[in-house]
Structures are given as structure tokens and as C-alpha cells.
Design a protein around this ligand. Structure first.
Ligand code: AMP
Ligand code: MG
Length: 315
């Protein structure tokens, strides 16, 4: 699809300068990360943060992740602990978010943290976004660049489709490699996984004792809300086939090529399936299907994160 809003740009020095100027003025920009595309704004600016919530129509009680270049930058806003250093050394920069105590002197807007005394922080590895962060003297509050409760965007066109001409700059860097949101780990008290991601609980467990939240545990992260990541049409899970007006999302080589079949990974690779999940949902919607049926996805490895998103999409 052509970019009719003229807000998608390739990354170069000129657009980097424009992007920085825009962020400094309190505007928001669409940026690629290794997980999904984000809607970034100055986390210290009330105007910028309000723009993020307004554009996304995000409930004010759902806090934002704050993005930094490295731990030195984050040190002025949050209080680190040993568990943080352990995981930072292993996984950062990368697709993992830490919930930590906010410092009293932090300049992070209270809206960013939904007035909590904790902050979710991340250090993205994507080169483009790192080049942007390098030029700023403030961190970026950056949720996924989509309307609240919908599915995250995995390329620049998706972001443009979500916000039309309401954002002026979206930097294009092709498809996000990982394709689903970061793993969220709370490091307040005993470490807990709040949102599964491509960095799996079992990998984190090699370095740290962690709790995986049980099905009915109290919602302590607003992103755990049951309905989320919804493509806007009904999603049915654990299906084996689908009528011709319904798309069937498949996994593995046993499924044939049919007009309404969309394979997440022919070679049964769960990471590949994760990277194709939102891409596939958007494709299905654009083709006009009214319903999405999904075959059973193995609930192991990256399949845990996929099933987490699917369950919420189906809610
Ligand atoms: P998104 O911005 O769409 O990637 O979602 C951010 C995720 O981080 C959501 O699940 C939020 O609820 C979660 N989050 C952000 N800040 C906090 C916090 N202070 N405590 C717990 N969860 C948080
Ligand atoms: Mg989101």
C-alpha cells in the first residue's frame, strides 16, 4: 500500500535531525524497535506524554515503558538492584522490560507510570532507535504504536495505518525482527514475569529465581488486562479448519496452501511464528475476512508468548 500520508521516512542523518527536533518540541514519532514499532515521546514532558495517551486512546491507568540507551541514563530515574544488574548484563540491550522503583527525584511524568511509584524501563537494541536515544538528553516513553487494545504494528505502514496523518514522522526500518512485545519482568520483591515474550521464563530462570504468574493471580500489571492485542474481529482458538469466509491461521507443514489459510511457520519454528503473528492478523483483516480461526499452537518456548497474545486477542 502506498504511504498516502507522506509520513514514512527512511533513516538518514537529515531525518534523524528532524526527529530529534520534533521530540525536543514535545511531539511524538513512530520508531522501529526489535520487538514492534513504538510511539515515542519525551518521558519528562507532560505535553508529549499526554499526546501519546490521546493518540493511542490509551486508558490513563495503563503505564508506559520508558526507553533508555543504557543503564547509566536510567540510573537517574530508577533504583537498581542486584537482580537488575544480573539480567541487564545478560539480555540488554534487547527485548526485555524491567519494573523497578522510581526515584523520588526522577523527572519522569507521573502520567507515564500511571501514578505508580514504579517504572517499567527497557533498553532497545534496534540501531535506529539507539541513534535517536543517543542524541537526546531525556528518555522516551514509548508504547507500541497502535490504538489501545489493538495489535501492535510491525512495520512503518502499520503505524501509518493506525494514526493516519496524526503523526508526522515514522521511521521505516522494515519489519520488526521479533514481532511481539518485550518480556516484562517485575524486579520489585521476588522477580515475576508480568508479560511473557521472546526472552523466555526458562531462560531467565538460569540466572534468577522467578515466579511465573498463575492464571488467576491479581492483575498487577495493567497490560495483563484480559482483552488486549485484539485484531478487531473475532478470534477462535484451537480450531482445525475454517469456513471459506473465515481465515485459518496454521502452524507446521501439514497444512495445505489454501486461499484462506495463513501459515505462521511451515517449519514449525515458534520464533518465526511469533514474528509472523501480527503481520498475519493485519493481512487477514486487510483481505476482508470477518473471523480468524487459529490452530493449536504448542505451549512451549516462544509458543508461551504467542498463546498469551492469542488468548487476549480471543477475549
Ligand atoms: P506496551 O506499552 O503496549 O508495550 O505495554 C507496556 C506494558 O508494560 C504493559 O503491560 C504495562 O502494564 C506494563 N507496565 C508499564 N509500567 C509498569 C509498571 N510500573 N508496573 C507494572 N507494569 C507496567
Ligand atoms: Mg501495546
Amino acid at each position: 500500500m502506498k504511504n498516502i500520508y507522506l509520513n514514512i521516512f527512511s533513516f538518514n542523518k537529515k531525518i534523524l535531525r528532524k526527529c530529534i527536533a520534533s521530540l525536543k518540541k514535545g511531539n511524538v514519532v513512530g520508531l522501529p524497535t526489535e520487538t514492534v514499532y513504538g510511539l515515542g515521546g519525551n518521558a519528562y514532558s507532560k505535553v508529549a506524554v499526554q499526546k501519546i495517551y490521546n493518540l493511542k486512546k490509551r486508558p490513563k491507568k495503563n503505564p508506559l515503558i520508558v526507553h533508555y540507551l543504557n543503564y547509566k541514563d536510567a540510573n537517574k530515574d530508577v533504583i537498581f538492584n542486584r537482580d537488575f544488574y544480573t539480567l541487564y548484563k545478560k539480555f540488554c540491550p534487547g527485548p526485555i522490560t524491567f519494573v523497578l522503583k522510581k526515584r523520588n527525584i526522577s523527572k519522569i511524568q507521573s502520567l507515564v507510570t500511571a501514578k505508580l511509584n514504579t517504572v517499567a524501563i527497557r533498553f532497545p537494541s534496534h540501531r535506529t532507535t539507539r541513534s535517536v536515544l543517543k542524541k537526546l538528553d531525556f528518555p522516551l516513553a514509548m508504547p507500541s504504536a497502535n490504538l489501545s487494545s489493538g495489535i501492535s504494528p510491525v512495520n512503518a505502514q502499520d503505524v501509518s495505518d493506525e494514526f493516519k496523518k496524526r503523526i508526522k514522522i515514522i521511521i521505516n526500518s522494515g519489519y520488526s525482527k521479533i514481532g511481539i512485545e518485550s518480556t516484562v519482568v517485575s524486579l520489585i520483591g521476588k522477580p515475576k514475569i508480568l508479560r511473557p515474550g521472546i526472552i523466555e521464563a526458562k531462560t531467565i530462570k538460569k540466572y534468577l529465581k522467578i515466579n511465573v504468574l498463575k492464571k488467576n493471580s491479581k492483575i498487577i500489571s495493567p497490560g495483563m488486562l484480559k482483552k488486549h492485542y485484539s485484531p478487531g474481529i473475532p478470534v477462535l482458538l484451537n480450531q482445525n479448519n475454517a469456513d471459506s469466509n473465515c481465515a485459518l491461521v496454521t502452524f507446521g507443514k501439514k497444512y495445505k496452501n489454501k486461499r484462506n489459510y495463513f501459515n505462521l511457520s511451515k517449519k514449525s519454528d515458534l520464533k518465526e511464528a511469533a514474528s509472523n503473528l501480527y503481520k498475519t492478523f493485519r493481512k487477514i483483516k486487510k483481505q476482508g475476512f470477518k473471523k480468524i480461526c487459529v490452530v493449536k499452537i504448542p505451549n512451549v518456548d516462544a509458543g508461551i508468548a504467542i498463546n498469551d497474545r492469542l488468548k487476549r486477542a480471543a477475549n
